[in-house]
Design a protein around this ligand. Structure first.
Ligand code: NAD
Length: 297
């Protein structure tokens, strides 16, 4: 089976970077510089999604939103123009489960399968080969895509049928955001009460309040002063909307999730949607008056 990858940005780049080490691959992105890096690694550049699909049986996508996935499949020069019956599209975007199910249903008439395969663990997790990959697919399609994904990480999970993995991913990101905000609040409180930020984080990491923010986000991106995670506030806003839309449609009250979204919106108004997620710490420093970053960053 021949594979292709579309979307070589902050997340798709490292994911495709693992695949290209083991599989000959066609690649496509709107950004020529992103494609050129992959050509240097041995991949073949495609001129359009249709050009890529003419050479591939399995196509991975990692695009900002489900809108972009729809455009790449059904738009002008899209995958649908040349993809052969029996082909598979595995969407690694953090997408909207309802949109994913609708696209999969439409493609079924053309004997093309679409499954969701989003990831969690960021560029660092992809580069280190530890990222979690969740799959929404019937069992035979899970079995079909799994050998390729094993080149990226062994942490592959079958969430259920098409759309379920996108639901899990949205829920995960809401949990990540809420725990991140709560952690910033508590670390700020401790700093204002005489604890150095690195001591607060070191203690919390080994205590019952530990979470991804104490273990990864704060040490790697904030206390280090780099202020770079490689994930934009605007993309988090999209993920939170997916989760809270699901909650509304499922009659699940989510007061804490809703509060987390309000705080995120306030940070976006202050920092801009194009700011890195690390900029949330700047908003918290302003609100609380506690400095978490090193003085020289
Ligand atoms: P990004 O903006 O860095 O990359 C998106 C890439 O898609 C860009 O290179 C862009 O040129 C390309 N693109 C956009 N429209 C296109 C089109 N029509 N045809 C071809 N290429 C197109 O975004 P990202 O951070 O890589 O995120 C991609 C997806 O992965 C998002 O759904 C995001 O929520 C998810 N995700 C990101 C992270 C992270 O840490 N960055 C982690 C987990 C999941």
């Amino acid at each position: 089976m021949r594979i292709g990858y579309i979307g070589l940005g902050n997340m798709g780049g490292p994911l495709a970077g693992r695949l290209v080490q083991r599989h000959p691959m066609h690649v496509y992105d709107l950004r020529a510089d992103a494609v050129a890096k992959f050509v240097d690694l041995g991949a073949t550049a495609a001129d359009s999604p249709a050009d890529l699909a003419a050479h591939c049986d399995v196509v991975f996508t990692c695009l900002p939103k489900s809108d972009h996935v729809h455009e790449v499949i059904f738009g002008e020069n899209g995958l649908l123009g040349t993809l052969k019956p029996g082909s598979l599209i595995a969407d690694m975007t953090t997408g909207d489960p309802a949109r994913t199910r609708a696209m999969a249903a439409e493609l079924k008439d053309r004997q093309i399968d679409l499954i969701d395969a989003p990831v969690s663990g960021g560029p660092r997790g992809a580069n280190e080969g530890t990222i979690a990959i969740m799959i929404g697919a019937p069992q035979p399609l899970f079995d079909k895509v799994r050998p390729f994904l094993e080149s990226i990480s062994p942490n592959i999970f079958h969430a259920g049928d098409v759309g379920t993995a996108h639901a899990v991913k949205a829920g995960n990101n809401l949990l990540n955001l809420a725990s991140r905000l709560m952690t910033f609040e508590v670390v700020s409180l401790l700093v204002k009460n005489g604890v150095a930020p690195e001591d607060a984080v070191a203690i919390l990491q080994k205590s019952s309040g530990r979470n991804y923010t104490t273990e990864i986000t704060l040490p790697d991106n904030i206390l280090s002063g780099t202020m770079h995670q490689g994930f934009l506030l605007e993309l988090m806003r999209k993920d939170i909307s997916i989760a809270l839309d699901l909650a509304r449609d499922s009659d699940v009250p989510m007061p804490l999730g809703t509060l987390a979204r309000e705080q995120l919106l306030a940070a976006i108004n202050e920092q801009g949607g194009d700011a890195d997620m690390s900029a949330l710490a700047l908003t918290y420093e302003r609100i609380t008056g506690a400095r978490i970053r090193p003085d020289d960053s």
